[in-house]
Design a protein around this ligand. Structure first.
Ligand SMILES: NC(=O)c1ccc[n+]([C@@H]2O[C@H](COP(=O)([O-])OP(=O)(O)OC[C@H]3O[C@@H](n4cnc5c(N)ncnc54)[C@H](O)[C@@H]3O)[C@@H](O)[C@H]2O)c1
Ligand SMILES: [Zn+2]
Ligand SMILES: [Zn+2]
Length: 371
């Protein structure tokens, strides 16, 4: 079938909407009519060339939700009309990582960068003028229709709004889990969240749910700081220096229990700032991504060893999407997790590039495409 979708032809580049060919679902696959897709900074990393991918053009988007319109042969568990949220990491359920409850690290995650089928690096479902088009994370949620592995899809009740649930496909779980799973925030703690975008605002929500007494949000943009205060931050600052001073003043000079780095283009210097803001045996969680060729974090090895500090990477909030996305849906339906107010601006598919310009201008917590 034909589908319109936003692609990057070469990087650095800008998203443009083209008409592509989409293959029918094969065994273990479904075709989905997209309802909504969030605009995550990781797609912009691909556009800017911070992250090189295996094949160009690549059709963007990895934070989406839609309705199943076709089911591959001998494919169980899904039917036409089912509502699904995608997980940006497929979960095979069988590899060592899935078996140990680390589904976010599933070996199928390799498709994040290859844009192919998770299980076969030479197999693609989208094409343009006969040449393969990579699917971001095996998904491509910036397309009206897409064919994905059932390992990437989580079914949800049909009466829930996919327009906001799409955010559970990346930003919400990534940020919330950074605080709850990776930092393991517990009641009374002091937490710094550095960078209040679609990820950081959910780290604020997660830290608040986990009972942090002090949540210090840091962002150079005033709108982001004001938003953080509405989502549970207790104070907001434009620099890490200010937040670090306040964290120390709140903890008898010790420093924050946790600092979570969710800066849009994360550098080693950002991580070093967060690392120096935490107390002895505290944790610095790194969720933000920068240029894939960057090397080095200027921290003191002595401080790492003698203060027994922890530097903790975090992919998809260290979650197990098959279990944790339904968990977050429950938190949303019970009124405990805010999703609707995360959507600052909605766009049409043709406005994707504008959406990313607005992200850079600091206008959105999250921009969302509505199909
Ligand atoms: N690890 C993962 O699983 C995962 C998943 C999704 C996204 N990401 C990454 O997380 C990062 C954040 O994504 P996003 O969609 O929230 O981006 P975003 O652009 O919406 O938000 C980033 C925020 O950082 C702020 N910022 C910039 N410089 C800063 C500084 N020096 N100090 C404090 N704040 C600063 C910006 O003003 C902006 O509000 C990106 O690098 C993205 O690629 C990682
Ligand atoms: Zn993302
Ligand atoms: Zn697996």
């Amino acid at each position: 079938m034909k589908t319109r979708g936003a692609v990057i032809r070469s990087a650095p580049g800008r998203f443009e909407v083209v008409e592509m060919d989409l293959d029918a679902p094969r065994r273990g696959e479904i075709t989905v009519k997209m309802v909504a897709s969030g605009l995550c900074h990781s797609d912009d990393h691909v556009a800017k060339g911070d992250h090189a991918v295996g094949v160009y053009p690549i059709c963007g988007g990895h934070e989406g939700a839609g309705v199943v319109v076709d089911v591959g042969p001998e494919t169980t568990g899904f039917a036409e009309g089912d509502h699904v949220i995608f997980s940006f990491v497929a979960g095979c359920g069988k590899c060592r990582w899935c078996a140990k409850g680390l589904q976010n690290l599933c070996d199928r995650g390799a498709a994040i960068m290859t844009g192919s089928r998770p299980e076969d690096p030479t197999s693609f479902r989208l094409s343009l003028d006969g040449a393969p088009v990579a699917q971001t994370c095996g998904l491509s949620t910036f397309s009206e229709y897409t064919t994905v592995s059932t390992d990437s899809a989580i079914k949800v009740d049909k009466d829930l709004p996919l327009e906001t649930l799409c955010l559970l496909g990346c930003g919400v779980g990534t940020g919330w889990g950074a605080a709850v799973n990776s930092a393991q925030v517990y009641p009374g703690q002091t937490v710094i969240v550095m960078g209040i975008g679609g990820i950081g605002i959910n780290a604020v929500q997660g830290a608040a749910h986990a009972g942090a007494a002090h949540i210090l949000a840091v962002d150079p943009v005033a709108f982001k700081r004001d938003s953080a205060l509405k989502f549970g931050a207790t104070q907001a600052f434009s620099t890490m220096e200010e937040a670090t001073d306040v964290a120390r003043s709140l903890t008898n000079g010790q420093g924050a229990d946790a600092a979570i780095v969710t800066v849009g283009v994360t550098t080693g210097d950002h991580i070093a700032q967060a690392f120096s803001a935490i107390r002895k045996a505290g944790v610095c969680v790194v969720t933000g991504l920068g240029k894939m060729t960057d090397v080095g974090i200027p921290i003191s090895p002595m401080e790492l060893t003698l203060y027994q500090k922890r530097l903790q990477g975090s992919l998809f909030g260290a979650s197990a999407p098959s279990a944790d996305i339904p968990w977050l849906v429950d938190l949303y339906t019970s009124g405990k997790l805010e999703l609707d107010a995360l959507v600052t601006t909605t766009y049409t598919l043709d406005e994707v590039a504008q959406g990313f310009d607005d992200m850079h201008a600091g206008k959105n917590l999250r921009g969302v495409i509505r199909f």
